[in-house]
Design a protein around this ligand. Structure first.
Ligand SMILES: Nc1ncnc2c1ncn2[C@@H]1O[C@H](COP(=O)(O)OP(=O)(O)OP(=O)(O)O)[C@@H](O)[C@H]1O
Ligand SMILES: [Mg+2]
Length: 306
């Protein structure tokens, strides 16, 4: 995407006292909508690899492309909620959905600055959910059930979501299992560092178990390289290695390590609004467009052969 690929519809935002202006922006060229809602779980049990950054910025980018997007913050750290400027304390969130059977519709909030982006916050109680879920009935399917009900109601009201992104915590516990049971596709962000591939086999093993026992539809469809520094040999080696093992899944547009990307959350923003013409924003926009263009082909192929 070029910097002039986005146009600012309005620079006026009420209540944005301390924050820089968030303009509602749209792309000059809209993105392709999928045939049916694509539900992604963004998972990697390794911490700090760019799961949340990827979730919020892809969601923002797709929404700017005219698509309707939902983000579920399933991490008790609540970083995705923060990046969207959502007040986690006074907002009903995913904890209430998972533990107290609150309908998801009552927890979904509109993300400021985007016409087509909604989020479900990780309220602070979520830290306890992992333990509270252990004795619960159908504990692995709580998120799936709530999400399907919500998506169906939205669809029936003529407001179908095109994309759902579930941001996972850095573990393979019950919250991540719920996310894997609720999704069709897994997106794994990989930071191009020495140990980055070591945890991947454990993630794939878990995915295999989930596929066998909980959700036969789930598959790893997308890998995004994050915090990529093309000047280092290690980053290039890791990228080559990932490409060798996952030629179809890898998105061939690495996200560069970029200061603006890491600054954005402290302003309660994604980099897509914080600095849309910065290298990180441009890369996330290109990755979003690539994901939209791929449009869920692996799922369709599977369905056809089933
Ligand atoms: N492309 C980038 N350039 C610079 N900094 C980045 C980039 N992507 C992510 N970061 C920073 O790296 C840190 C980790 O990113 P992020 O929170 O997205 O990872 P995570 O996998 O969600 O972490 P956790 O496992 O704790 O949930 C954050 O401080 C984030 O701002
Ligand atoms: Mg995170």
């Amino acid at each position: 995407m070029r910097a002039d690929d986005v146009s600012r519809e309005t620079g006026n935002q009420s209540g944005a006292d301390l924050k820089p202006v968030i303009g509602v922006r749209r792309l000059k060229e809209p993105m392709v909508a999928p045939l049916k809602t694509r539900i992604f779980t963004i998972a990697n049990q390794k911490g700090g690899v760019g799961k949340t950054t990827t979730a919020v910025n892809l969601a923002a980018a797709l929404s700017m492309g005219g698509l309707k997007v939902l983000v579920i913050d399933l991490d008790p750290q609540g970083n995705a909620s923060t990046a969207f400027g959502i007040d986690r304390v006074n907002t009903a969130g995913i904890y209430d959905v998972l533990i107290n059977d609150l309908p998801m519709a009552n927890a979904a909030v509109k993300v400021a600055g985007f016409p087509h982006l909604e989020a479900i916050a990780a309220n602070s109680d979520l830290a306890g959910a992992e333990i509270q879920l252990v004795p619960a009935v159908a504990r692995e399917f709580r998120l799936q059930a709530a999400l399907q009900t919500f998506l169906l109601a939205k669809q029936n009201a003529g407001q179908r979501f095109d994309y759902v992104f579930i941001d996972c915590p850095p573990s393979l516990g019950l919250l991540t299992i719920n996310a894997l049971a609720a999704a069709d596709e897994v997106l794994v962000p990989i930071q191009c560092e020495y140990y980055s591939l070591e945890g991947l086999s454990l993630l794939l093993e878990t995915l295999g178990e989930v596929q066998k026992r909980l959700n036969p539809k789930i598959s790893l469809t997308t890998i995004v390289l994050t915090m990529f520094d093309s000047r280092t040999r290690l980053a290039n080696d890791v990228a080559d290695n990932v490409k060798k093992h996952f030629p179809n899944e890898l998105i061939n547009i690495p996200i560069p390590r970029a200061v603006r990307v890491s600054e954005a959350p402290s302003y309660g923003q994604t980099v897509m609004t914080y600095d849309a013409s910065s290298p990180g924003a441009i890369a996330y926009m290109s990755v979003a467009r690539e994901i939209a263009n791929r449009g869920g082909a692996p799922i369709n192929i599977k369905n056809e052969s089933a």
